[in-house]
Design a protein around this ligand. Sequence first.
Ligand code: GDP
Length: 422
Amino acid sequence: MLTAIVGINWGDEGKGRMVDLLSESQDIIIRYQGGNNAGHTVVNDKGKFILNLLPSGILREDKVNVLGNGMVIDIEHLFKEVNKLREQGIKITPANLKISDCAVVCFPYNVAQDCLEEDRLGDKKFGSTRRGISPIYADKYMKKAIRMGDILHPEYLKKRLETILDWKNMTIKAYGAAEYTVEDMLKWVDTYGAPFKDYIINVGEYLNKEAKAGKNIMFEAQLGALRDLDFGIYPYTSSSNTIAAYAPVGAGVPNLKIDRCLGIMKAYSTCVGEGPFTAEMFGDEAHALREAGGEYGAATGRPRRVGGFDVVASKYGCRVQGADEVAITKLDVLDYMDQIPVVESYDVNGKTVTEFPFGEALNIAKPNIIYLKGWKCSTSKCRKWEDLPKEAQDYVRYIEKAVETKVTYVSVGPGRDEIIIL
Ligand code: GDP
């Protein structure tokens, strides 16, 4: 059985906690896109963990975790993330972590290029996480990237790096920054990549064998539908495809079909960085919601932009993900509200719009907000549907109808058991 856990919104929906919960019944958990530009925060009986590159299944013993070919891996970050988890008591060995030989290595010069470009843009900046993700994906598509498997072949690696750096340094120099040397980059690979030599495998071959043997395989997305390179709020998207349809490709098993696609959707909206965010709240209202939800980026600590639930964007998110069902997370965060704002449609030049618009139409869209009755009591102890106050039930049912997708989980806290299964 193949399951995909994907984000319906702009990311930070709480995918990590859902994967952590559902990974119990899984054998293999795979990250299929992105790099260390986002983070999952998982709270369980062992503590609080921040995962940027590793799949959330790493926190459970006996689960195999895979970094797929669709990923871009900053090996220095991976090295540090793995060591931090080891310090926290998590065992990580080639038995429970496998890295695709086709995953691309994100180098320090990619990180530098990302920062140099954001600085050059000044107040027109994209709000990049400055982790080198966009430059390294560009390098990948220009066929000027090093792959994890190349680490196993030092002679080839050196030759490739010479060619790539000749080219890359032209860009770095144009920004007036110091050039990168092959020697330094080889040293960097030796320090941070060499420790993973035994983890690098042909993931496609491995996964096909396991799938044939009837193993349960889960694809774990980073970010959400609206950050998908093709279907999101371009150019304020991520540089990879976050959608479920890409999961088998980015995992190395394009021949396999997903059996179950679970979309994760927050009970309100949040967005990190620049770009159109129609539901955005400002002032005290925003401050209260941000504080209630602890809405600060897991990877960067940046305060997130916040707003009410966005029906237009979420319905679109469910569609491009092909979500069979959705989990609503962080319902408890709304406990304090007298009335709950929901963006029911957009106003674009005086026209009411219910289909997600693009480009300039999205840029100028204004929210049409309705208010649903709040419940004004704590939901964090609710474990069954009947435990939820009537207004909270109404809110969930309203969302379910609006996004035309069945709600199967309602999360009322970050802990493993703080969930209602419908
Ligand atoms: P992800 O990248 O989609 O996994 O999302 P993040 O990890 O950035 O954000 C989710 C945050 O919300 C984490 O700190 C979680 O521990 C927390 N969280 C997840 N679900 C819930 C919930 O139902 N209620 C509350 N209060 N916090 C939650």
